[in-house]
Design a protein around this ligand. Structure first.
Ligand code: PRP
Length: 204
C-alpha cells in the first residue's frame, strides 16, 4: 500500500525536498508540469498551499506538508503530528507608520489579507469591528492605495513590508511547516503512516 502526499510548489518545497532526501524517502523531480507524480513507493500531489489540508482532510491525500499559517486559516480537521522546523515565518498585523495603530485601535478597521479567518478571529478577540478585504497576494500595497487600513500577512525577512512602507504593529503567530495526516489513514494505513512520521522525526 502506498501513501499519497500533498505538497505545494511554494516556499516550503525546498525544505520538504531536503527533509525527505535526508530521511531517505523518495521525492518527485521538479522538471515536470505533472501535478500527480509517483516517486519510489510514494505518490505526490502538487496543489495550492491553502488546499493541502483540504486534500488531506478529505482523504484524497494521506498526508501533506503545509505551513501552520495555512492550518490556522483552513481550520481543517486533520492530525498534525510533526512541526517540521523549516519555513519559519511570522504572521503579523502591519500598517503605515502614520496610521496610529500602534498607539490606539480605531473603532472600525478595514483589513486586507489572504487570511480572512485568522484576521477576523484576531480582531474579534479584541472586541473590534473589522471589515475583511480578501486578496490572493501582494496585500502590502493595499493600505497605500486606500483599499485597507492595515494588513494581516506573513513576514519572513521583513523586506516586503519595509519596501512597501509598512510597519509591523503586532505579531499574531509564529509559523512553520507542519506534517498533516488524514485521520482515517492514520488507522487504515497505520504502519505506513507511522513509518513516515518516524523517518521524518528522526531527521528533525
Ligand atoms: C509572502 C508574504 C509576503 C512576503 C514576505 O508572499 O505574503 O508578501 O512573502 O516575505 P519577506 O518578509 O521575506 O519579504 P509570497 O511571496 O508568498 O507571495 P504572495 O504575495 O502571493 O503572498
Amino acid at each position: 500500500m502506498t501513501l499519497t502526499i500533498a505538497l505545494s510548489k511554494g516556499r516550503l518545497l525546498t525544505g520538504a525536498e531536503a527533509l525527505f532526501t535526508k530521511a531517505g524517502l523518495a521525492f518527485p523531480p521538479q522538471d515536470t508540469r505533472r501535478l500527480i507524480v509517483e516517486a519510489g513507493d510514494l505518490r505526490f500531489l502538487f496543489v495550492k498551499d491553502m488546499d493541502v489540508p483540504v486534500y488531506v482532510e478529505y482523504g484524497v491525500a494521506d498526508a501533506g506538508i503545509c505551513g501552520s499559517d495555512v492550518l490556522f486559516e483552513a481550520g481543517s480537521d486533520v492530525l498534525v503530528p510533526l512541526d517540521l522546523g523549516f519555513g519559519r515565518c511570522r504572521m503579523v498585523l502591519a500598517a503605515h507608520p502614520s496610521s496610529g495603530f500602534a498607539a490606539a485601535w480605531p473603532p472600525t478597521v478595514r483589513v486586507a489579507t489572504k487570511y480572512a479567518n485568522v484576521a477576523r478571529a484576531f480582531f474579534e478577540t479584541r472586541g473590534l469591528a473589522a471589515e475583511i478585504v480578501k486578496l490572493q497576494g501582494s496585500v502590502e500595497i493595499a493600505p497605500g492605495l486606500g483599499l485597507a487600513d492595515c494588513i494581516v500577512d506573513m513576514v519572513e525577512t521583513g523586506r516586503t513590508l519595509r519596501e512597501n512602507g509598512l510597519d509591523e504593529v503586532e505579531e499574531i503567530a509564529a509559523t512553520s511547516a507542519r506534517l498533516v495526516v488524514n485521520r482515517a489513514s492514520d488507522h487504515i494505513k497505520r504502519g505506513e503512516v507511522a513509518a513516515l512520521i518516524a523517518r521524518l522525526r528522526a531527521c528533525l
